[in-house]
Ligand binder design. Structure first.
Ligand code: SIN
Length: 286
């Protein structure tokens, strides 16, 4: 079978048509899906996937080993009981108990970039969608790099930046999760090249994000701040982004090595949002 695919935006991202993940999926077909995902610069949409958590997990495992709940109990409570591979993202509460992490990812980031080996991919499945709002915006970090001038690319080559959870605690919804626990967040940090090479495509991608990247190593703070600010702004120019309007049972797979994303928390006056995410482990950026 050859997959039916159409672009979701002029720049990047693609939708696979006519596939039902509740049915068995052969290795050849999975190979085509994976290639389509790489070719679409790391954003692939499959609509109408009425799948169980087990099927979501089984499909995600085809991409690689999955991250499971553990570590900070403040975050572990958001995993689906009985399914430690599924992280729940939601504003919903039952009897006052959160049914998922509210405001997860409501800032530009690449998942877990503060880790020495950040996640390779994430697969987000929409189970309940508000009638309006709650979109996710993706930025193409290949294009962000390719549209820099040659002198700017040369300057960035070889530079390293620090990514830290503490940076996110100070600036994002992580502040709520690590309240009174800043020391633990401060210990979670890693240094990565500002321009990374995608290990499968061989292409270069910008690898900094507003949520987790705190500073460029070896630069004076005001130099680092100015350059990072320029890169954050450049990466999220309208030409570099795709805004996904969710439908119930959409599954979106993104590649954290060449895309970053932003969950828009504008929907709460209109309805509830409930999503399941699996996270595939990754390699050390180079
Ligand atoms: C995330 O950053 O994983 C959450 C994305 C979303 O809820 O749209």
């Amino acid at each position: 079978m050859t997959l039916a695919i159409r672009p979701v935006s002029p720049g990047f991202g693609a939708e696979v048509l006519g596939l039902d993940l509740s049915r068995p999926l052969g290795d050849n077909l999975f190979g085509e899906i994976r290639q389509a995902w790489l070719d679409a610069n790391g954003i692939l949409l499959l609509r109408g996937q009425d799948i169980t958590p087990e099927q979501h997990i089984a499909f995600s495992r085809r991409f690689g080993e999955l991250h499971i709940a553990g570590g900070n109990p403040a975050l572990s409570r958001y995993y689906l009981p009985g399914h430690p591979e599924i992280y729940r993202v939601s504003n919903k509460k039952t009897d006052g108990v959160p049914q998922g992490r509210e405001d997860a990812g409501t800032y530009w980031h690449s998942d877990g970039s503060w880790q020495p080996s950040p996640p390779m991919a994430s697969l987000l499945h929409a189970l309940e969608i508000p009638p309006i709002g709650g979109d996710t915006i993706f930025a193409d970090m290949y294009q962000a790099h390719e549209t820099l001038s040659a002198p700017m690319q040369r300057m960035l080559e070889g530079l390293q930046a620090v990514h830290s959870l503490a940076a996110a605690v100070l600036k994002t919804s992580y502040g709520k999760e690590y309240e009174g626990n800043f020391e633990e967040a401060a210990a979670k940090r890693a240094t990565h090249p500002i321009v990374r090479t995608h290990p499968e495509s061989g292409r270069k991608a910008l690898f900094v994000n507003r949520g987790f990247t705190s500073h460029i190593l070896g630069m004076a703070p005001r130099e680092s701040d100015a350059i990072l600010e320029f890169l954050f702004e450049h990466a999220t120019l309208p030409e570099n982004v795709y805004r996904h309007r969710w439908q119930r049972h959409d599954l979106v797979i993104w590649d954290n090595r060449c895309a970053m994303h932003y969950a828009v928390a504008d929907y709460k006056a209109h309805g509830d949002r409930y999503m399941h995410r699996t996270t595939v482990k990754g390699d050390t950026p180079f």
